[in-house]
Design a binder for this molecule. Structure first.
Ligand SMILES: Nc1nc2c(ncn2[C@@H]2O[C@H](COP(=O)(O)OP(=O)(O)OP(=O)(O)O)[C@@H](O)[C@H]2O)c(=O)[nH]1
Ligand SMILES: [Mg+2]
Length: 306
């Protein structure tokens, strides 16, 4: 296997003055209709025809930013000429089809973005000139880690559809573990989340899998910015301080390669966008600077190819 470098190409990156127009998003509460639909979903009934293309798992607790990370990345990739398409054959039921339509509307419009209205899981394909480059799984945070049940850290209790994807499919998995800057929970909950990832790494990750630690909501940590630039290594240090023991989970055990690659993860500092409350309860979303999805995509491509 080829050795990977773990460094980002850039140590610091410039946060330019993007002039995005504001986009209205819905309030965070999901409708009762949504929860009624999700209650009857049969999670066993999934089908993946493509057994080769890597699957990117956006792994993170509720509200850590999985949906918005996907939306931000999808919008960037579309701008770069890729086709972003929900995999409509992933599940047969009608509610899944509706979710696919909702997702397409979300990324295709510049007016209404319903990033967090996706209450259930969804498989999205990234296509370039007719070839699928990767598939991205977007699922509710509770399916990965439930802060209300921090004792559930075993890697054995994933939902049936997740177990099927993780254990039965030969596709390479790219695990994007989402950590949140300034995650407002008790330290013990963070420890449990790290424990969940540790168990997942030891029991489920295969040698061909790849790992990214995405540190989302960096905009909330002003001290990481200097003259409009985000300091990447300070961001990584901050992530390690906040999620004690997480980096060590991915320590490179090889005595030789560990000299230049001490950890087997790639670090991506991220911001999906800027959110402001508006009169009437609506929240306005301005997408983040392009540098964020660009760096994420660069690192994902290294995981896909390397
Ligand atoms: N400041 C800041 N807030 C963010 C950022 N990304 C997401 N948020 C906030 O977090 C909320 C939840 O984001 P989602 O993407 O819906 O989170 P999720 O992980 O998909 O949540 P679940 O679907 O419930 O698991 C958003 O509505 C924003 O208020 C970010 O980069 N910076
Ligand atoms: Mg979500």
């Amino acid at each position: 296997m080829k050795d990977e470098e773990i460094d980002l190409n850039v140590e610091d990156f410039n946060i330019g003055e993007d002039t995005n127009s504001g986009i209205n998003i819905m309030p965070e509460e999901s409708s009762t209709e949504d929860s009624a639909a999700s209650a009857v979903i049969d999670e066993d009934d999934i089908k993946i025809e493509d057994k080769k293309t890597p699957i990117i798992m956006l792994f993170g607790p509720p509200t850590s930013g999985k949906s918005m990370t996907l939306v931000r990345l999808a919008r960037y990739l579309r701008k770069m000429g890729y086709t972003i398409k929900a995999n409509t054959t992933f599940k047969a039921d009608d509610t899944y089809k509706e979710r696919c339509d909702t997702f397409h509307k979300n990324i295709n419009t510049t007016e209404a973005l319903l990033g967090n209205a996706l209450n259930e899981f969804l498989m999205v394909k990234v296509i370039n000139h007719g070839t699928t480059i990767c598939q991205i799984l977007e699922a509710p945070g509770e399916h990965y880690f439930n802060p209300k049940k921090p004792e559930e850290i075993s890697a054995r209790n994933f939902r049936p559809y997740l177990t099927q994807i993780i254990r039965n499919l030969p596709n390479r998995k790219i695990w994007v573990y989402i950590t949140e800057a300034e995650w407002n929970v008790h330290a013990s909950v963070k420890d449990s989340y790290v424990g969940r990832i540790r168990n997942c790494k030891h029991q489920l990750l295969k040698p061909s899998d790849r790992v990214i630690i995405l540190y989302n909501k960096v905009d909330q940590k002003e001290e990481l910015f200097e003259e409009g630039k985000l300091h990447v290594s300070s961001a990584e240090r901050a992530m390690r301080d906040e999620y004690e023991g997480l980096a060590a989970v991915f320590k490179n055990p090889n005595p030789i390669t560990s000299l230049w690659r001490p950890f087997n993860y790639r670090f991506v500092p991220f911001c999906t966008g800027y959110y402001t409350n508006q009169v009437g309860g609506k929240r306005k979303y301005n997408e983040s600077e392009e540098i964020y999805p660009r760096i994420l995509w660069e690192q994902l491509m290294k995981c896909i190819k390397g």
